[in-house]
Unconditional design. Structure first.
Length: 168
């Protein structure tokens, strides 16, 4: 219990030091400070909604979203499941359903934020049944990005050879 108290700033440590067990201390801290601030939660959710690929590559865009999702989940965690006294196990149907719903939301965020060069493919991904998971959507976008880059190189090489022929 001492390491928790030592890691807190003095005013907070003084406010919670009367707890008798580490479990009581941790519960007290969660009750006092664990609630998400709705304003910060809304702000991060808005940042996620506004996060777009723009001029970055797919990997950079995906990484930016990942940071925002992590930040969002630090404010709003999935409630603990007490099924068979084993919190957060994947045997819990409700917990698994919540995680699946969360991943679906992340997949939609990712697809919607891809830039306009992916427009037709975004619609294909969104219309898939069953919906793709985040990893599938990410890999698909990476493949398309590579394919588009190769096409640009081919087109540039074609233009260069035409320009050389015109000079001769």
């Amino acid at each position: 219990m001492g390491w928790i108290l030592n890691s807190l700033i003095d005013p907070i440590a003084e406010a919670v030091m009367d707890n008798e067990t580490t479990q009581d201390l941790w519960k007290d801290l969660q009750e006092r400070y664990g609630e998400a601030d709705s304003v910060r939660l809304a702000h991060v959710r808005g940042m996620i909604a506004r996060c777009k690929q723009e001029n970055s590559n797919v990997t950079e865009y995906y990484s930016r979203l990942g940071v925002l999702w992590t930040k969002f989940m630090s404010f709003k965690s999935i409630p603990a499941c007490e099924c068979a006294n084993t919190p957060h196990t994947m045997t819990c149907v409700t917990y698994a359903a919540i995680k699946q719903s969360q991943e679906h939301d992340h997949t939609i965020d990712f697809i919607i934020g891809l830039n306009d060069t992916f427009e037709m493919n975004k619609n294909q991904l969104l219309m898939m049944d069953p919906a793709p998971n985040l990893k599938v959507a990410y890999k698909y976008a990476l493949k398309l990005e590579r394919k588009m880059a190769k096409q640009l190189v081919k087109e540039a090489a074609g233009v260069d050879s035409v320009a050389l022929a015109a000079l001769n």
